[in-house]
Design a protein. Sequence first.
Length: 317
Amino acid sequence: MDSSSPTLLKVENLSKKFLIKKSLLKKEYFTAVDNVNFCLNQNEILGVVGESGSGKSTIGKLILKLIKKDSGKIEFEGKDIYQLSRKEEKEFRRKTSVVFQDPRTSLNPRLKIKQIVEEPLIVHDFPKEERKKLVVQTIKDAGLDETFLDRYPSELSGGQRQRVAIARAIVLKPKMIVADEPTSALDVSIQLQIINLINNLKQKFGISFLFISHDLNVVGMLADRIMVIYRGKIMEKGNARDILKNPLHPYTKLLLASLPPDHPSKRKKLEQVVEVYREETENGCVFYSRCPIAEDICKTKPEYKKSDNREVYCHFA
Ligand SMILES: Nc1ncnc2c1ncn2[C@@H]1O[C@H](COP(=O)(O)OP(=O)(O)OP(=O)(O)O)[C@@H](O)[C@H]1O
Ligand SMILES: [Mg+2]
């Protein structure tokens, strides 16, 4: 059901740099993902939270093999996803899928809903009769009825479109879905519906989700475990409830303190957490320049401190 279930995905020392500038003499790289380690268990929702540009989507794309890793290891069902045979590669594609933030751009506007949902079944050679049956069943699983099948994406509301994107993502009964900010383009009441839908899909089909969001509030409603990312590095990782109740990393505390005051997971003592700005340190903690509690020791790199299902990247944890 949660962190005690068997491992589906195992990520070790994963790193990714992007080339940002190239001249005759020099190439400049930006480290988007920096030595990241985590597991996603069967039937589990792992929330990935962090501010814009922290590398969340890059992690999602790496584990789906949509972009190439630089180094590290990614195992899905015990197999290195860079060592798959052609048959295994196709199987991997069938067992993994993605839901993006904005269904306006992720759904082909020229196709009817039934064609959009059917497409992955065609790619994976399902016979026509079975495809028809599965499309009808899946649109219902996503909380819409058959009358939507003959419509076009432009004839749907934002929430309905996201349900179609989810139907497409689940039609092959995948084991793992990367949901990259799936609720961020929706208003709050619709957000809740999509969150409930994702939770139901986890319960009903045992699908595991890597649920990416910049919003700790949203992640807190859904995730079994959370990892907090800052500049491509995991700052804190642990059970969602524990992290929301008792954040240990100063960056997690900052994220929690920035939630609206009426949110239940906001604790009064966190209101004092104030962000600071100081000069970067080249060889120290990545969070040094903004950390409210940094001292000289933080000019050296911290180790991950591990205890009771929690890992924290901080000298003072
Ligand atoms: N193809 C690319 N080429 C160069 N830089 C890239 C590329 N993709 C991502 N980056 C950079 O890597 C960093 C991490 O990007 P990423 O999209 O993973 O962040 P994010 O956490 O998903 O942000 P957001 O919340 O805004 O979606 C950013 O600084 C981004 O500019
Ligand atoms: Mg992103």
